[in-house]
Design a binder for this molecule. Sequence first.
Ligand code: NAD
Ligand code: UGA
Length: 442
Amino acid sequence: MQTAMIGGGYVGLVSGACFAEFGTNVAIVETDPDRLAALREGRIPIYEPGLDKLVADNVAAGRLTFGDNIEQAVQGAEAIFIAVGTPTRRGDGHADLRYVYAATEQIAKCMKDYAVVVTKSTVPVGTGRQVSDLIRRVRPDLDFDVASNPEFLREGNAIGDFMRPDRVIIGTDTTKEGGAHRAMEIMRRLYRPLYLIEAPILFTSLETAELAKYAANSFLAMKVTFINEIADLCEKVGADVHDIARGIGLDNRIGRKFLHPGPGFGGSCFPKDTLALVHIAQNAGSPMRLIETTVDINDTRKTRMAHRIVAACGGSVAGLTIGVLGLTFKPETDDMRAASSIPILHHLAGAGATLRAFDPAGMEAAQPLLPEEVVYCHDALDAATGVDALVVLTEWNEFRALSPARLRELMKGDVIVDLRNVWEPKAMRDHGFQYESIGRPL
Ligand code: NAD
Ligand code: UGA
């Protein structure tokens, strides 16, 4: 089976490589010349564990190709995926669909035979129908279907999430006269290996699939925000947030995952998708106050975390040197999009601190986004050397393994603000630190 994937970013590259691994031929189309050159030379432009081997194997097997010629890629393709970005639109918070519509128009212009055009990008409700209308306008003669197949992979665990998903959701045009059987049959064939492992595959309407994606991300963002607020309360009343997370998470109706407190959720999806859902709901005349509040709490949390660091340093960071461990929005990625480190480091630099930072994967992507004066260090111990205070912003495993005794020797001061709870409070205090973490008794 032949497919085309428009967009070779996180989602396009991972899902393209995984479909190829399932046995499908996938032509990835990427317009960014640097990204395309990297892919053609066998370099993976994003940090994602296991992706280099998966891509190399499937390129070698002839199932995965990269190019910038959309016309070539769509010829003979039974499914054409759109996996381009849908960032927040400047000024109004809506999802910016210009890349989706531009790709749609390009696809429509060069399609020759029937294909199902599938949005894999996260798109607001109604986009599938707009895509369909646009194709019909450009090519009134064409036989095609549209489908919505939102992607639920997480960065850092993307291949596992794609190959062994909790579920797959496929929306088709349930209002189509005679039904969208052809599209459904193609999608079933594409996902055949997942039927074999009994992954649930849900067929829905276009609108349901589109909204399910926003509902999933917003629910998870709300869950993280909930545990962050419980953590704040724990600090006031002397309770332990991890025991509470375990205590409530063992109730299957709640579930144990996404109950780890931190400096607020970031990344390319939760912030933009919660905001987009707020606008989708407002436009539909059915506002989602829970999500509006989630967005608001998460935005202010980052500033509150910066204030907290200042307070731990005695009320002022002017003239102090602060070591920063972790910059990316979460571990196992080099992605800096909407990372909490960005507002926090700007606040600290603005308040007069000198910053020494280290991240195992994100330092290159961080530089254009962080204050110019940040000193980038070659490892965690280097970032801790001579500092008055040390702050943990991302829970990379290698930070857990650092020796507190060694940190104590290297640091000038004794303040640690651990916003990801990577160390045990008692052990850190025993080593002579003034140690603060989130939602745990002092
Ligand atoms: P990305 O920015 O990493 O990748 C998009 C790619 O599409 C870019 O490389 C861009 O150059 C390319 N592109 C844009 N227009 C093109 C065109 N007309 N032809 C060819 N290439 C084109 O974005 P991403 O993180 O992969 O996200 C894509 C979509 O998937 C978004 O809607 C996002 O919300 C959603 N999503 C992302 C994740 C994730 O973990 N990153 C997970 C699930 C869903
Ligand atoms: C998220 C979803 O988990 C994916 O299912 C979805 O496909 C993806 O968005 C998307 O739509 O793009 P991702 O952004 O890669 O994936 O990252 P998550 O692991 O969900 O983490 C998001 C943010 O929440 C991070 O900043 C992380 O640090 C924070 N988080 C997460 C916590 O603070 N605590 C937790 O317990 C979990």
